[in-house]
Write a new protein. Structure first.
Length: 327
């Protein structure tokens, strides 16, 4: 408080000293000619390029966070997503050619994006990675990573499922080649201390995902737990459990309005919450700080947005926020 007041006094004195040189307009009575006002700084443009296509409820919330931060800081955000790593790389290349002021990228398949991210770094465009690929972020030259430790989150989910009596778990993977999903299942295996089997489904075909989960539960009735890694697949699994007459307990990663409602109603035990709104908001904040003041955040370590857990106890508090698109 004292330091701020001192700055105000100094600024006022400095202004008085400058204006006291002349009693008339600048350039008269021996005063210096008026200087032209500095040009307004060019508004920054940041590219946000994720590995999800349109219509994915999880990534819609990330986009909401990025666009809200853009409005807050007076910058422009161009959000694009594509689940094909080759096309995602092309989007990064396109952003580099447009000379954007920063790139935010999720790296579900880091090896496929390494060259494109490297081009951005070589062009001296700051890169922040989000959501997936945090363990490769620093290697690729990103200034920080925003997300959660997937193996830690998976371990926490496995421990909570074990406490609910789950001994044999079906871990449902919805994107082939996504390293973060593999880490979640590995962590769940460690936390559960029991048997974990994997089932590959397609997030783009939820009806088929429901059928595959139902068929697996009917063919092996010893499976008494299901862990999904996506909110839309969680709803598909809920339906599969109900349609197949299974007594398997269900938990999921990530939130949507439907998932929160299902947790509230006791249909889903819990949801692992990585607060994806922050994965949109924080990178735009960090890039703005870097552009304006060369600030970096994290000290070489990731900035964690999770894991947290939404359970029946707190689902009611989260429900309205999920409906509004911020959780």
């Amino acid at each position: 408080m004292k330091w701020t007041a001192g700055l105000v006094v100094v600024a006022a004195l400095g202004f008085s000293a400058l204006t006291g040189c002349s009693s008339g307009p600048a350039g008269q009575d021996g005063g210096p000619p008026a200087a032209a006002p500095p040009p307004a700084a060019k508004a920054a443009t940041f590219a946000v390029i994720t590995h999800a296509g349109s219509g994915d409820a999880f990534w819609d919330v990330v986009k909401n966070g990025a666009e809200a931060a853009a409005r807050r800081y007076g910058v422009t955000v161009n959000y694009q997503g594509d689940g094909d790593p080759a096309r995602q790389s092309q989007l990064i290349d396109q952003a580099v050619s447009q000379k954007v002021d920063g790139v935010v990228v999720s790296m579900a398949n880091p090896d496929a994006l390494k060259e494109a991210v490297g081009k951005a770094v070589a062009a001296r465009i700051p890169v922040i990675t989000i959501n997936s690929g945090g363990d490769r972020s620093r290697e690729f030259g990103a200034i920080t990573h925003v997300g959660q430790s997937e193996d830690v989150a998976g371990r926490g989910a496995g421990e909570k499922l074990r406490a609910e009596g789950v001994t044999k778990l079906l871990c449902v993977i919805h994107e082939a080649g996504n390293v973060g999903l593999d880490q979640r299942c590995k962590g769940a295996t460690e936390g559960l201390g029991g048997t974990v089997e994997r089932l590959q489904v397609d997030v783009g075909n939820l009806a088929d995902a429901t059928s595959k989960i139902k068929a697996r539960l009917q063919s092996d009735t010893s499976v008494n737990g299901v862990l999904t890694l996506n909110p839309a697949v969680a709803v598909a699994a809920r339906d599969a459990i109900a349609d197949g007459g299974s007594k398997a307990r269900l938990a999921t990663f990530d939130l949507s309005a439907d998932v929160v409602a299902a947790v509230k109603d006791g249909e889903i035990l819990f949801a692992v919450d990585q607060q994806q709104y922050l994965q949109g908001w924080l990178p735009i904040t960090f890039l703005t700080l870097y552009r304006d003041n060369l600030n970096t955040v994290g000290g070489g370590l990731p900035v964690n947005t999770g894991p947290g857990f939404v359970t029946k106890d707190n689902a009611g508090q989260v429900a309205d926020l999920a409906q509004s698109g911020t959780r």
